[in-house]
Design a protein around this ligand. Structure first.
Ligand code: URA
Length: 213
């Protein structure tokens, strides 16, 4: 059953028009589609091979990513790397990106606290994500958390009931639904962390079969 059959009228992921990732990145660097470019240090574009079989989509760059200009290089990225390795996924062969390409934050003294992107910001930025998918055409897209899922499949598809499932949209590659690694960083109970971490690795392991030799 595809996503439209299960959740009603198909949601369309619109996309920019570019012939290559370099061209797309260049276009995205000048993005003013929402206000987030104004306070972020820089655009954090996706990273990885144009021939990747698997694309992982996070929420938005964090403080470290905003400074480095690279996705998933902070604490959540470190945890993602460890879990991917345990799941048998080679990050160097994947393409890693975010639903939203600029860091959204609240200044608190010298710190910048992560602030969730809103629906409008996610929708406007999906223009770039849609084009990344069109150019790479991965065999599988992994939605890491609710923001990525919303960006890829719209508001009707919810994370909790679909977690661990591979959903098949009509207009782009299948989507594996899982949590965002930062969720694991926020759990306080040790037992829960171990359980949730194991579940996350199990979810990621489902992607291995999509990774060619
Ligand atoms: N969280 C994300 O969703 N993406 C990043 O790049 C870093 C943290």
């Amino acid at each position: 059953m595809n996503v439209a059959q299960k959740f009603g009228p198909a949601f369309t992921l619109e996309s920019a028009d570019a012939a290559s990732l370099d061209q797309l990145r260049h276009q995205a660097e000048g993005c003013t589609r929402c206000e987030l470019y104004k306070n972020a240090t820089q655009l954090v574009f996706g990273e990885g091979s144009q021939k990747a079989d698997i694309m992982l989509v996070g929420e938005q760059p964090g403080d470290k990513e905003d400074i480095a200009g690279r996705p998933f290089v902070g604490p959540a990225g470190h945890l993602l790397d460890i879990c991917m390795e345990e799941a048998g996924l080679d990050r160097s062969r994947c393409y890693v990106t975010n639903a939203v390409k600029h860091f959204k934050f609240e200044p608190r003294g010298k710190r910048r606290l992560h602030s969730k992107p809103n629906a409008g910001e996610i929708r406007r930025c999906s223009w770039w994500l849609g084009a990344e998918i069109e150019i790479i055409h991965p065999k599988l897209v992994v939605a890491l958390g609710a923001t990525a899922l919303y960006s890829l499949l719209g508001a009707k598809v919810k994370l909790t009931p679909e977690r661990g499932h591979v959903l098949t949209p009509e207009d782009h590659p299948p989507v594996l639904v899982t949590i965002h690694p930062s969720f694991l960083l926020r759990i306080r109970e040790e037992e829960d962390v171990a359980r949730q971490r194991a579940n996350f690795i199990e979810d990621l392991h489902r992607a291995v079969q999509y990774q060619g030799n």
